[in-house]
Design a protein around this ligand. Sequence first.
Ligand SMILES: Nc1ncnc2c1ncn2[C@@H]1O[C@H](COP(=O)(O)OP(=O)(O)O)[C@@H](O)[C@H]1O
Ligand SMILES: [Mg+2]
Length: 482
Amino acid sequence: MMNTRSLRFRITAWYAGLLAGTLMVFGASVYLGLERYLDWTLQRTLVAECRTIATQLLSQLPAKDTAWLATEIDEAYAPEVNGLFIRVVHQNTGVVYLSGTPKDGTFEPWQIPFPRDKEMDGARKLQFESGNRLLINSMTVVTPAGNRFTVESGAPYHQIEVVLHGLLLTLAIYMPFVVSLAVAGGYWLMRRSLQPVDEITKRAEGITSTNLSERLPVIRSGDELERLSMSLNRMIERLDNAFEHINRFSADASHELRTPLTILQLELEGIAQNHRWDGALGDQIGSALEETHRMSRIVESLLAISRLDAGEVKMDKARLDLGELAASTAAEMKLLAEEKSIGLHVHAETGVHVVGDRVRLQQIIVNLIDNSIKYTQVGGKIELRVGEEGNNAVLEVSDNGLGIPAHALPHVFERFYRADKARSRATGGAGLGLSIVKAICAAHNADIKVSSQEGRGSSFRVELPLMPVFADDGASAALREI
Ligand SMILES: Nc1ncnc2c1ncn2[C@@H]1O[C@H](COP(=O)(O)OP(=O)(O)O)[C@@H](O)[C@H]1O
Ligand SMILES: [Mg+2]
């Protein structure tokens, strides 16, 4: 969950950064390109102006006078109105024409310096204190009559700046808007396309060895996600097969061992009965017989677990009162507890109805109490509680015995696991009791938890779904009356 979220954020952030960067570069090149283009256009206009003045007006000069020139230029260009600067200088007599102060007063024509030698026949930029700028083009002209003039024509830069500012403003307003729109859209798309990944993750978390028959949802998108979900499913299928294989093996192995073991047992019993052995040989036969009994129990347990795990056992499920079952089972085991002077106290509510296999549920209680007796010192205390909590029936077996070390706690439900091998062997356990309990719980949709403190005692807690009320005879009769 966390990971896809950060992936989503990371990709969106990259995407936004890339987009903003691209737009920025794009905006900058548009700005610079436009600036150069406008600059170039203005300059060409000024050059054309100079040329027109030279060819059409100055060429007639000796014939016409300077007053005529002034009227012609003012008429043609109206420099004051248009904010233009025009100056014509004769090589010998000096200024023959100078435009007036423009209406907007951006500059004073008489203050404008003459072009230096290297500025002749080219453009120059002037900056005034007011911040206004003027682009001036100057041109040297020799008339057919042999007179030499310098013609200058200038226009304010202002118009170009207005256009560029407008562009800048547009970019500044629209760029964040476009970027945020694209980011929001991108994030939404990303979320939509990654949603199936969240789903797969959630489902995959829930798959354990007990529900390997389940499959992940396959996204029919025809892309990488579909392939991923399909190959994950194939992997789960292979695991499922492998697990089934293992289960089959232990079921088959224990099944095959059963018959020879029974024969061996019968043979030994026959020998023990038909001959009156005395001394050492009698003892040996007795102990061999005991070992075959032990082996038989292990094989039976193993077979039971394998079958339960494989779901092969047909449960004889019926409605039963868990409180009553616990009380009667505890009563049967009281003697066993008393042998070790252990007090077995029962606090069982009656009427805690569940649906289950009576014999198997009883086995859970027997195994748990049996463990408590085995792993509690003489004079200890065992408590058996049955009650209801929410929609569950709760059965709890607690003792104040030896307890289970923290490192062993996660393993007690594993097959053949014993926290203290030496001690457990002496008490006759093979480490299969809790595995059976766990398998029966699984077959009843029940949950089992253990908590323990070494030296203080242990507590096993089984939570079993209560029987739904509508299936209860009394209640459904009452419902029918309504
Ligand atoms: N009530 C208990 N108190 C202390 N340890 C326990 C208790 N119940 C189970 N255990 C530990 O869990 C192990 C597994 O229990 P189980 O599967 O019943 O095997 P077994 O009883 O044959 O040893 C035991 O060997 C023991 O170490
Ligand atoms: Mg046991």
